[in-house]
Write a protein that binds this ligand. Sequence first.
Ligand code: TYM
Length: 330
Amino acid sequence: MDKKRVFSGIKPSGDFTIGNYMGALVNWVASQDEKENIFCIVDLHSITVPQDPKEVKRRNLEFAKIYLAAGLDPKKSAFFIQSDRPEHSELTWILNCFTYFGEASRMTQFKDQYREKKKNVTVGLFDYPVLMAADILLYDTDEVPVGEDQKQHVELTRDIAERMNKKFDKLFTIPEPIIKKTGAKIMKLGEPTKKMAKSDVNPNNSIYLRDNAETIRKKFSRAVTDSDNKIKFDKAKKPGISNLLNIMSVATDTPIPQLEKKYASSNYGQFKSDVADSVIEMLAPIQAKLAEYDKNEDYVLKVLRDGAETVAPRAQAALKRVKKAVGLGI
Ligand code: TYM
C-alpha cells in the first residue's frame, strides 16, 4: 500500500518552544518511517507580523538544525524553506480567489490577533490561512500533524479544496488534521490558561529548545499552579498543574493517570522539580546534536537546498494542474 503523505510546517517568528516540539515536531519524527514526509519552515508566514530580517534568516537555519537534531532524517523527510519554492505564493493567489471574505474573517487566530493589535494589522496576516492552505494542497497531502491551534486552519483548507473540487473535478486531495491527545496545547508557565507561544514577550512563560538546565529549573519553579496541593489533571480548575502533567507526560512518554498515581502524595515543589528534570532529560540529546550542527552549517544548508529540489516536481505539477483547470496562462 502507498504511504500516506504528510505535510506540516513551523514559522520562524520567534525562538522554538517545547510547545512546537510537543505539539508538532515530536510527532513528525515518530511517524517518519510510516509516511512520506514533507516539512517546511514557513518564513512567508513569519513576515505577516513585523520581523527583523536578520532574525528571520537566522531562525530559518536554526529551525532546520532543530528539525535535524530532533531526529528528522533527510533521507526519509524532505524539508525546506517555504520561500525557496515560489509555487506556494502563486497558489495562494489562486486560492484567494476561491476563499470567501466571510470564512477567512471567522478564523479565531486572526480575530484574537486583530483584537490585541488593532493597529497596523496587515492583509498578509488576514491571508495567512490561505497561504497555509496552499502549502498543504500543493503536495496532495493526506495528513497534517499539528497542535490544536491549527485545526481551524486545516478545516478551512478542506473547505477551499472541496469547493474547488466541486467546480473543477478532483483537483485536490482532501487533507486530515492529525492532533494528538497529549501535547497538542502546551500552556504558558506563568499564565496556564493561554497557549505557550514563540512570540511571547516574557521568556519565563516558555521553555526554549536551547534553554540550559539551570534556566529550565528556574522557569518551572516559578510556574503558576494553585493552592490545593493535589497533583490531578483538571484543565478547568487546575490549569497550571494540568499543563505540567501534560508536559511531563510527553517528556517521559507516560500516560497522565500513571503520573497522577506516582505523585499522589508529593508536594508541588517536588513535582515541579521532577517536571523540570524530565524536560532537561528530553532536551539533552537534542541540544548535544544542535551543538554539532552549529559547527556544520554548510551541511544544514545543503539539506535545505536538496529538500526544496526534491519537492519541486510535485509542487510544479500541482500548480500546473490548478492553473490549467482555472484557465490561466497560455
Ligand atoms: P506555528 O509556527 O505557530 O506552530 C508550529 C506547530 O506547533 C504547534 N504549536 C503548539 N502545540 C502545542 N502547544 C503549543 N503551545 C503550541 N504552539 C504551537 C502548532 O499547532 C503547529 O503545529 N500556520 C502554522 C504553520 C504552518 C503550517 C502549514 C502547519 C504553515 N503552513 C501547513 C501545517 C501545515 C503556524 O504558524 O504554526
